[in-house]
Design a protein around this ligand. Structure first.
Ligand SMILES: [Zn+2]
Length: 323
């Protein structure tokens, strides 16, 4: 299997759930040394692979910087181990850095936020209870490392890697960043562009309209005209055709949820259930579906196509003019 693209080495580590693997990229820098982009999830299996491959290709002491595209566990999970092995500075988009710092500093408040999201969305008590105990179990599992470089949302050169431009690509997370090398039109996309699945777009507290943000991201990336896209999961992509497909998929998703907004008004929990009718999803996937549904509902509301109706502490949605 080919694992080198324009002298960039791809290192693939296993994930315990789908998608079943994630890529890190090890990039030789013009000034010498290497940049590591992403890492893997924090499991011994993932670390064994990453550790051995970086050792064999570059050597840990040759690393100059560790850039993480976004704060999801499958990308950021190994930051502590990378820090121990190399002591290089960590760079993360400023909004994701703020999120990660907040979650580490105030996990109780973070849990309350998630529970309130379920309550206001109309989720049943047993789901809320299941989430609460899942959150308790996962306490202390997330590895936190202070971020040395908060990459501004305005973009600019990547720290220690001036030939790479950091491009803010929100949607999948608020602070997601991708890296672009203009001289050969090469894009390290993280999860902003994926070949065979649509990146999840969830509601969050930092941005009002993550779906609108994602459309902006796709426009921005298309205007860069990348020739080669190296994604966080799956095979490399050539050209911008996939970007156009992702735009169409996201906008179809918004329209589909709009069509579900018939009277009587429905809660986001009910709507996300209709969306996945007949499929038995695990709880984490149901909650992910809820966060995505909420993101599209927010997009519809801001566009004036849907209205929010609050009663009994639950928010319901209807098409504009029908509620
Ligand atoms: Zn990912």
């Amino acid at each position: 299997m080919k694992t080198t693209f324009r002298e960039i080495h791809r290192i693939t580590t296993p994930l315990p759930t789908r998608p079943t693997s994630v890529h890190a990229y090890l990039v030789p820098l013009d000034a010498g040394g290497w940049m590591l982009v992403d890492g893997g999830i924090d499991t011994p299996e993932a670390w064994t692979v990453l550790s051995a491959e970086v050792d064999a290709i570059a050597g840990w002491s040759a690393l100059e910087v560790h850039v993480v595209t976004h704060m999801h566990r499958d990308h950021i999970g190994l930051v502590q181990r990378v820090r121990h092995a190399s002591s290089v500075p960590l760079a993360l988009g400023e909004l994701d850095a703020a999120r990660a710092a907040h979650a580490a500093a105030d996990p109780d408040e973070e849990d309350e936020y998630r529970d309130a999201l379920l309550r206001r969305s109309g989720a049943p008590e047993q789901v809320r209870e299941a989430l609460r105990s899942a959150m308790k179990r996962s306490r202390g599992m997330a590895s936190f490392v202070a971020v040395d470089h908060r990459i501004p949302s305005s973009g600019g050169a990547a720290p220690s890697a001036p030939e790479w431009e950091a491009v803010w690509t929100p949607g999948h997370t608020a602070g997601h960043i991708s890296l672009f090398r203009r001289r050969d039109q090469c894009l390290i996309a993280g999860d902003a562009v994926l070949p065979s699945i649509s990146p999840t777009i969830g509601v969050n507290r930092q941005r009002d309209d993550p779906v609108g943000d994602y459309f902006g991201t796709l426009d921005r990336l298309e205007s860069l005209a990348p020739e080669l896209i190296l994604p966080g999961h799956g095979s490399p992509l050539e050209g911008t055709a996939r970007i156009a497909e992702l735009r169409a998929e996201a906008s179809e998703e918004t329209d589909r949820i709009f069509e579900l907004l018939e009277s009587p008004p429905r809660s986001a929990w009910e709507l996300s259930g209709y969306r996945y009718k007949g499929r038995d999803l695990p709880m984490t996937a149901r909650i992910q579906a809820l966060r995505e549904t909420l993101a599209h509902l927010q997009h519809l509301t801001l566009a004036g196509r849907a209205v929010r109706i609050e009663s009994d502490a639950v928010v319901r949605y209807a098409q504009s003019g029908r509620g």
